[in-house]
Design a protein around this ligand. Sequence first.
Ligand code: ZN
Length: 317
Amino acid sequence: MREILFLTPVCMHNIWGGSKLREEFGYQVEGNDVGECWGISAHPEGDGTVRDGIYKGKKLSEMWREHPEMFGNLQYDRYPLLTKIIDAQDDLSIQVHPDDAYAMEKENGSLGKTECWYIMDCPEGATLVIGHNARTEEELKTMVAEGKWKELIREVPIHRGDFIQIDPGTVHAIKAHTLILETQQNSAITYRLYDYGRLQNGKERELHIDKSLDVITVPAKGMEDCMKSTDSLPENRLNLMYACEKYNVFKLDVRGSASLKQEYPFLAASVLEGAGYVDGKAVHKGDHFILSAGYGNANLTGDMSLILSTVAGAGNR
Ligand code: ZN
């Protein structure tokens, strides 16, 4: 079995969205409030469709159910990851996600959410929110109750090419004019901690303070443990950026010709910029595809940057 599944993504409308995903990436979606492209997703709120070949028209969730051999016969009950491109034209609300155990109990058997970001683009001097400055649970509760958001929230400078790991329990948000690729568990469970006091149709969006306080890790992890630069990674090879129980995420910069060995249960890939070929099939910026289990050697040519992801072989939750 040696397949490349190209996927037609599902785009989402968000109040903080824009038009870049259509204009720069060519996704077929109307409106100037497009915030997210769910590029590789089998989530019920946005299930991608196979674009061509013998499986044309099948949903990724159907492929997972009907062809487990293409995904290494993993034990997960659903495609375990979700790859998104997010274009924020406004600050996103500050959020936190539960882990699997909390979500299973409080959110109807859902998965928790571990996620990571690759900064595709951001303005000079950009920042984002990751972590907080409370030293104890008590201090966290007090600062939240008293609305001391400026003191509480940890805001850090970012640059194009930064990679950021967000464990469950980590307070986080991207800010306006930041473009990221997010690799995450297949889950949409989010608790909103703070929305900058903004109004939507005359009122504030719902906050989830109690659940947020339940799940926020105190103290927050140090920055050196959640952020790294991907500058000066070697070209034409799969560079592992992060490995954890939930996913392995790689960066690959093709300059000319690269050969990689697909020896994982599956390898999901997104082209962030440039264009080229994967074993003779043309690909360009904005394309998302999956190399099946047992694919073996893949030959990539051209001038392009990709982020790739898979899960650890065992796959038992
Ligand atoms: Zn998140």
